[in-house]
Write a protein that binds this ligand. Structure first.
Ligand code: 3PG
Ligand code: MG
Length: 412
């Protein structure tokens, strides 16, 4: 990565404002964090800062509270979990800007940790409002972006803030960019991309950008219905996301590039998703008009497995069916197990795919599990991530140090 990292700037005795992605899944009924992988993923940066006597100020969003203070989206339980993991006190501030939190930040001891309340309680965060960014910047001497999963968002705590503080990458951000970058630059072949999830539209750019790099594109999940329909199959009541023409175009392009597009041969269908019923297995040529696809079928699992086993690199994003409902999760779960046994470089895009791997305790068997869902798709689509572009370039040595000296003068 050609950006400066937290290792390239002096942090001892400084207030280091770290944007993390602590957007963890929380059980609505119990309020419990169901997967703390994203918290653990930022531990290298946090521990580096503690060990180097920095004052650590963490900020994040959680969920989509739509610019309002809604305590269902409070980060307070995350402070408790982080404290448990680190076995250190983690202070919590019930606001992310203002005098009170400025006071807390100023009085933090070296190696102390403070987590701020959800940035998205202010609409200004998502609007990339410069005044909000400026207020946030008051809390730190240095800014560190460790929120890979949010770096595709042009938000105040990701982009705007870099106008006001010397800005460098955290160790997770660096690891993500390096690991995903390797897949794009030098994949061992054959290289397969396994895609699922609901929408074709989310994956178009990725498909277009990787078309000349991949050998197989394997499509399951809800988006397979659109591809099947584009090929003239009846898909019943399955959801088509308005990307039919795009799917047709992709099918043509794939053929022109010599890439093999692998689609299901059979699927699992039901009358309606709720209440869950036992799905039936039908070939794709016999999907009844009154039914909808909820999972890939047994023949397809075998077919996908055969292709995956040929690959030396696989990138996987998106479940093979409606995996949240146990009756419709067989395809996703079996493919997850297949992925874990491949003798290949296996990369899992974040979001729900990463959660499945963690829940099935298979994450450690992957070469790399990204913490970013949308962010990893955008990165692999060849898009520069807004939150990464704005960080200081590596070759501009000394600049960050000078900047901090200018700002803090004799204090250093
Ligand atoms: C994610 O979970 O994808 C990131 O935390 C970004 O969240 P967002 O999609 O709500 O912007
Ligand atoms: Mg997202």
């Amino acid at each position: 990565m050609d950006k400066k990292t937290v290792r390239d700037v002096p942090v001892c005795n400084r207030r280091v404002l770290v944007r993390v992605d602590f957007n963890v899944p929380i059980n609505e009924q119990t309020g419990e964090i169901t997967d703390d992988s994203r918290i653990r993923a930022s531990l290298p940066t946090i521990e580096y800062l503690i060990n180097n006597d920095a004052k650590v100020i963490l900020c994040s969003h959680l969920g989509r509270p739509k610019g309002k203070r809604d305590l269902r989206y409070s980060l307070e339980p995350v402070a408790a979990r982080l404290s448990q993991i680190l076995r250190e006190e983690v202070k919590f501030s019930s606001d992310c800007i203002g005098l009170e939190v400025e006071h807390l930040a100023d009085n933090l001891q070296n190696s102390g940790i403070l987590l701020l309340e959800n940035l998205r309680f202010y609409p200004n965060e998502e609007e990339n409002n410069p005044h909000f960014a400026y207020k946030l910047a008051q809390l730190g001497d240095i800014y560190v972006n460790d929120a890979f999963g949010t770096s595709h968002r042009k938000h105040a705590s990701i982009v705007g803030i870099t106008e006001f503080l010397p800005s460098v990458a955290g160790l997770l951000l660096e690891k993500e960019i390096n690991s995903l970058g390797l897949v794009l630059e030098k994949p061992n072949r054959p290289f397969g991309v396994l895609l699922g999830g609901a929408k074709v539209s989310d994956k178009v750019k990725l498909l277009e950008n990787t078309m000349d790099k991949v050998n197989f594109i394997i499509v399951g999940g809800g988006m397979a219905a659109t591809f099947l329909k584009a090929q003239g199959y009846e898909v019943g009541k399955s959801l088509i996301d308005g990307s039919l023409e795009i799917a047709k175009m992709l099918i043509e392009k794939v053929a022109g590039n010599g890439v093999k597009l692998i689609l299901p041969d059979d699927v699992m269908v039901v009358d309606s998703i709720n209440p869950p019923t036992h799905p039936i297995n039908v070939p794709i040529s016999q999907i009844p008009p009154d039914k909808m696809i909820v999972d890939i079928g047994a023949l397809t699992i075998t077919k996908f497995t055969g292709v995956l086993e040929k690959c030396r690199t696989v990138f996987w994003n998106g479940p093979m069916g409606i995996y949240e409902i146990p009756q419709y999760s067989e395809g996703t779960r079996t493919i997850a197990r297949v992925m874990s046994n491949l003798l290949a470089t296996t990369i899992v895009g974040g979001g729900s795919t990463a959660e499945i791997m963690t829940e099935m305790k298979l994450a450690e068997k992957m070469t790399f599990v990204s913490t970013g869902g949308g962010a990893s798709l955008e990165f692999l689509s060849g898009e520069p991530l807004p939150g990464v572009s704005v960080l200081m370039d590596k070759e501009r040595d000394g600049e960050a140090v000078e900047y901090i000296r200018d700002q803090r003068g004799a204090a250093l």
